[in-house]
Design a protein around this ligand. Structure first.
Ligand code: PT1
Length: 268
């Protein structure tokens, strides 16, 4: 899954697709084309930054950002598109425009989001987050981070099934960096086999995040090798239990190359 951040304030590539305060559509489409030719299967379109400290965005603003790009991508490319949103109206309109997956960092807990997602019939990704982006990194605390995150996702899964979403349409995501210290993130990462043992596809998003910055003492533009390394390790952990993995990444080409090398190296 290649990340398409169409926010002016994203943590690692924010505003890169903007010119004079406006989203540059042809530049954006070139970025999509590059990710697809580099081997991405899914393009994740997000109009709300959810990095630590990010401010909320209005529904109108989010629709304004997402819909034109979603339409343009659908028109030009034959690929799966996921929409990174928590907003019922965005879910409904994006599905109407042909989106294939709903990716929600709030696990469909916002008003109307669960009903909206169920009505689309689309697969959903449920992610765990403690608190909200503007304050989630202020002293996150758990007794048993793995148990609590697994328990939260199991409850949200139940709620989805009750709302009419089929179990095999549900992906789960531990939510790396969302209200977690480095130690919490690493405990979750090392428990990826337990997440995969639920039988659901697991989405892992660690690309360029501060957990890698903390491990390497590196700024966001120096986290490529760390990000790719963690992608391969996640693939290895999840394949060990015959699980299914979606990697949400900025650096599609490098990640795909590393995965190919890993995969090929296990073949003989
Ligand atoms: C993710 C994810 C996402 N991450 C899913 N969707 C972001 N399903 C946006 C940092 O610590 O992991 N899974 N959508 C981006 N959010 C963050 C969080 C960015 C933390 C940066 C950090 O640096």
């Amino acid at each position: 899954m290649g990340i398409l951040n169409i926010t002016p304030d994203s943590f690692s590539d924010g505003g890169q697709l903007y010119r004079d305060g406006q989203l540059d559509q042809s530049k954006t489409l070139r970025a999509v084309e590059a990710m697809l030719s580099d081997g991405a299967d899914i393009i994740d379109i997000g109009g709300e930054s959810t990095r630590p400290g990010a401010a909320p965005v209005s529904v109108a603003q989010e629709l304004d950002r997402v819909m034109p790009i979603l339409n343009a991508v659908q028109e030009r490319f034959d690929c799966l598109v996921s929409v990174d949103t928590s907003t019922a109206q965005v879910i409904t309109q994006a599905a109407g425009a042909g989106a294939n997956i709903i990716n929600d960092v709030r696990a469909l807990q916002r008003e109307g989001a669960l009903q909206a997602a169920a009505a689309t019939g689309l697969p959903v990704c449920l992610m765990h987050m403690q608190n909200q982006p503007d304050s989630m990194q202020n002293n996150p605390e758990y007794q048993d981070v793995v148990g609590e995150v697994l328990g939260f996702l199991a409850q949200r899964k139940k709620d989805c099934i009750t709302a009419g979403i089929a179990a095999d349409q549900i992906m789960l995501d531990p939510g790396f960096g969302f209200g977690k210290t480095l130690a919490h993130n690493l405990m979750l990462f090392n428990a990826l086999d337990q997440f995969a043992a639920t039988g659901h596809s697991i989405l892992v998003g660690v690309s360029r995040k501060s957990m890698i910055g903390q491990m390497l003492a590196s700024e966001v533009d120096q986290r490529l090798i760390g990000s790719v390394t963690m992608a391969v390790l996640a693939a290895q952990k999840i394949s060990a239990v015959n699980g299914s993995l979606i990697l949400r990444v900025h650096d599609v080409k490098e990640t795909v190359q590393a995965l190919r090398v890993w995969q090929t190296s296990t073949e003989n």
